[in-house]
Design a protein around this ligand. Structure first.
Ligand code: FUB
Length: 343
């Protein structure tokens, strides 16, 4: 009995010692902490796009399957969900590039929104030879977890629709946002950033495509609104000073602009050339989803085509600007750094 007690005591002390060591041993230890980064650890995932539906947050991601030195190998999109930002349910693949008969490859960045009782999923893909270059596809489903089907049977946006661009991957990374008046806007781009209205049918552009490229814009735009202010957050690259993308943002009084550059929101993602913002308000708190290349699975380490999605608390200053976000392993397993200025 005495031995049993001291064994139990030893076990308890060992557990306490291990727990207090955990911040120092990084990723392995933080696996035990619900909400820590990266969020998904059994697959490489990129380009996180959150969507709140009722009391659940859905997170759409591209599935990175690059082997060894492959640059990208992305064939499908996956969705996960949570009710508490700590534990995630894996709903599996919702759509493959092959489901768009006119597309060749590349399940690149996406975003889903809910409108008129349906879920609309916009994504960047590589078009077949009939419209060479990247294109934007639209799929639809009755539920956030699919099955999604091609909603149009052809691309929503092709490379020819934005003739100013000089490269074939200019038309990528759609972000969609429905304003209070019911108008849905779509913004997208690489090096140039464009915005247009969507028709109420959600599968056609309505009116002109306008260029709104903010400073250092590289790709991955994300539109959202808080109070009266519109935000355009994006992967930025100041080629004169940096090798890897960071996140920057601009604000405007309307989706039509004028957009005011507000500077950098984050640094670069760990070991990653790309980074990709996705923003959501969920249960009274704001979150910034990102990706980095800090995850290792088996003998495959992080790389440009083997990324891992993360999330951090997002906080605002009283004037509506966003507080700089530091990327951490603790993520939302710990409370936000400060509650001052939160709405
Ligand atoms: O994941 C493929 C591409 O890399 C995305 O479309 C870009 O935003 C960048 O993350």
């Amino acid at each position: 009995m005495g031995v049993g007690v001291s064994q139990a005591k030893f076990a308890a002390i060992a557990l306490v010692a291990l727990t207090s060591l955990s911040p120092a041993i990084g990723q392995t230890a933080s696996q035990a902490r619900p909400g820590a980064n990266p969020l998904i650890r059994d697959k490489f995932t990129a380009d996180p796009a959150p969507l709140v539906v009722g009391d659940r947050l859905y997170l759409y991601v591209g599935h990175d399957e690059a082997q060894r030195d492959e640059m990208f190998n992305m064939r499908e999109w996956l969705v996960y969900s949570t009710t508490d930002m700590k534990s995630w349910t894996d709903h599996g693949p919702i759509l493959k590039v092959a489901d768009f008969k006119w597309a060749k490859k590349d399940a690149w960045a996406s975003q889903a929104i809910q409108k008129n009782g349906k879920f609309w999923f916009y994504a960047a893909v590589e078009h077949d030879g009939t419209h060479p270059g990247k294109a934007i596809a639209v799929a639809v489903s009755d539920t956030p977890t699919g099955p999604f089907v091609d909603a149009k049977g052809s691309a929503l946006i092709t490379n020819e629709m934005t003739p100013k661009g000089t490269h074939s991957w200019e038309d990528i990374d759609p972000t969609v946002f429905t304003d209070d008046d019911g108008t849905t806007w779509i913004a997208w781009g690489n090096r140039q950033c464009y915005i247009a209205k969507l028709k109420p049918n959600m599968i056609e552009i309505d009116g002109p495509i306008t260029e709104i490229t903010p400073p250092h814009f590289e790709e991955g735009p994300w539109l959202h609104k808080r109070g009266a202010l519109y935000y355009l957050t994006y992967a930025s690259l100041d080629r004169s000073t940096h090798r890897d993308e960071k996140v920057s943002y601009a604000t405007a009084p309307s989706p039509k602009g004028p957009w005011t550059y507000r500077g950098e929101l984050t640094g670069s993602g760990k070991y990653s050339f790309t980074i990709h913002p996705g923003i959501a308000e969920f249960k009274g708190n704001w979150y910034l989803f990102l990706h980095n290349a800090g995850l290792t699975i088996g003998d495959l380490n992080g790389a440009i085509g083997r990324r891992a999605v993360t999330v951090e608390h997002l906080q605002y200053n009283r004037d509506g600007t966003m507080k700089p976000v530091v990327q951490t392993e603790a993520g939302v397993s710990v409370p936000p750094p400060s509650s001052a200025g939160r709405n």
